[in-house]
Design a protein around this ligand. Sequence first.
Ligand code: BTN
Length: 271
Amino acid sequence: MDFEKTGSPLILLDRKKIKANLRHSTIQLDILEKTDSTNEYLKKFISQNEQIRVCIAELQTQGRGRLNRQWYSPFGQNIYFSMLYPFQKVLSELSGLSLVVGLAICQSIESVVKLKNKMLSIKWPNDIFVDQCKLAGILIEIQAESNGFCQAIVGIGINVNMLNATKKDIGQPWTSLLKITEQYQDRNDLCVALIDVLMDYLERFSSHGLLAFTEEWKSRDGLFGRVVSVISGSKKHEGICVGINTQGHLLLKTSEKIIQACTSGDSTLLK
Ligand code: BTN
């Protein structure tokens, strides 16, 4: 498959088209040709008037991933998206947020793209995978306000029409929607679905917490029943994944038959 030679069209992000098709049409929407990082861009709007604001860019010069990694962000190919969302919740109540965002990403992609029987799954805490290859990632940054509530910047990167990247660009097995479906995708349709589904999921999370997503998480949990290692700071835990607890922490059954809750970190499938 050589899409560059077949001359797939380059469809740019189109603010009017996205706005016109949104159910949640009152959100502020900034479409940028270029920025350092869409998460960084939204920081200047924190605390202004607690409005929901979305920024999507064609290119990021300093796209950031979790754990100080870079996020490869070439022009016009993928989705580099951030949403500023005010929560009437204290910081500790947001511990399951990244899992809910992961579920929203999967649902929005599947509502637009025919994935040919391929299932999107989530590698705790927030990587979207297809067949052991990373399709999307989430970087959430939270600011606690003086009123006790929080504003979250939910950053999402989805590999959409990317076909080529070197090992230096992306240091792990990756895929894109174009690679999976062999079809060029209009990112505007995906952005509409992403905004609308994310808004629905964040509203539900605000009102009912992580509990409202228990069954959906089970259907997307890419680690359940697998032998997993989690590195969290200087600690390393290993065991069989038996799901998550009510706070969204990963539960591992260790060789000593103890259930270990992992609060944060990076998970790796061992078997
Ligand atoms: C990860 O998997 O490590 C998280 C990747 C998050 C990437 C997105 S792209 C839009 C937003 N802006 C950034 O600089 N990072 C996030």
